[in-house]
Design a protein. Structure first.
Lengths: 94, 249
């Protein structure tokens, strides 16, 4: 799967990472739902680091579309309230 | 992109469907899409230039105020050696306000610098994708099986459209930040225009309207501390010297 971090670039991740990615995404939703700003920043950073650490950056001239788009790293807590709701940005594995 | 959620994805989807607006004739769609991509690239370059301009303005303000800080510090010392503690205090109050503004400005310059770098990187990615699209465009045109072409166009345009939307979002965030900074830069300019950071020797003994406002703006504890420190330095050091005119040394 291809995941884009907005304002940063696209990464190709093995599909086997989906479950872990979804868990990290859910943790961000939980922090946002709980109104815990510090927990949000920690969880969101962990999610982004997971993508950067496990993903292979796509070449600039690659025209592949992303399967998931994550917000930019400087996302504020109020903005997060609009993004991370319900199942979050990564759907539950089927 | 089935199942993609979130505001950022929504913006991306809207951008891509706009890019594929004229879907009847594949060749036409390709050329239209490519033209739009070039326009977008041009806009990104302009946007980056605007941010650089905003940054330069802040940097100029910052260096002017930096000069004022040095000058006011010198004047406070001179006033104190001449035994004029009131004037020294006024100079230090001004220096205190100037330093606070300076910190704010420097932080904003650093933020803009980071935004600019991000946009330059994004623009580079977009340029590479637009170029890849141009190459692919000719291949698709040549192959001409309409249904197949349509699919390939859609794929290629999606890749570029996503990057376009992403640069657009980054640009919007940068512009929003720049707007906030303009407000601060304007406020600093007002202080400057009111003579806040001016040469004190041109002012006489102080006590005017500016000084009244400055007393409110500056932190008296910081000013007291600095005054005490300066006194100690002067007391243990050089003999009192004549107060000098601002520009005449």
């Amino acid at each position: 799967m291809i995941v884009r971090i907005s304002g940063e670039g696209q990464y190709r991740l093995d599909d086997s990472h989906h479950t872990q990615l979804n868990e990290l995404d859910d943790a961000v939703v939980a922090a946002v739902d709980g109104g815990d700003e510090d927990a949000f920043h920690a969880a969101f950073e962990e999610l982004l680091q997971f993508v950067r650490g496990n993903g292979e950056p796509l070449a600039d001239d690659d025209l592949s579309a992303s399967d998931h788009i994550l917000p930019p790293a400087d996302l504020t807590f109020p903005e997060a309230g609009e993004e991370f709701t319900g199942d979050g940005l990564i759907p539950e594995p089927s | 992109m089935p199942g993609m959620s979130g505001r950022f994805s929504t913006v991306v989807k809207a951008k891509i469907s706009k890019l594929l607006d004229k879907a009847e004739d594949p060749a036409e769609t390709l050329d239209y899409s490519y033209t739009k991509q070039l326009e977008n690239l041009q806009n990104v370059k302009k946007g980056i230039a605007d941010i650089v301009t905003a940054k330069k303005r802040l940097q100029m303000q910052s260096s002017k105020i930096e000069q004022s800080v040095v000058k006011l510090d010198t004047q406070a010392r001179q006033a104190l050696s001449a035994g004029n503690e009131d004037l020294a205090r006024v100079a230090l109050e001004r220096k205190n306000v100037a330093q606070t503004e300076l910190q704010g400005l420097d932080q904003q310059v650093a933020e803009l610098e980071a935004q600019q770098q991000k946009l330059v990187d994004s623009e580079q990615q977009l340029r590479a994708k637009v170029e890849a699209f141009r190459t692919k465009k000719e291949v698709i045109k040549a192959q001409y099986n309409a249904a197949e072409a349509q699919v390939r166009i859609s794929e290629a345009a999606t890749g570029v459209g996503e990057q376009m939307a992403d640069v657009g979002l980054a640009m919007q965030r940068a512009v929003d930040k720049t707007e906030n900074m303009k407000a601060r830069a304007d406020a600093v300019q007002e202080l400057e225009a009111a003579g806040t950071f001016d040469d004190l020797t041109a002012l006489g003994s102080g006590g005017d309207d500016i000084d009244r406002q400055l007393k409110e703006l500056s932190s008296s504890s910081v000013v007291d501390d600095e005054l005490a420190k300066m006194k100690a330095e002067l007391g243990s050091g050089a003999a009192p010297q004549q107060i000098e005119g601002g520009e005449s040394q």
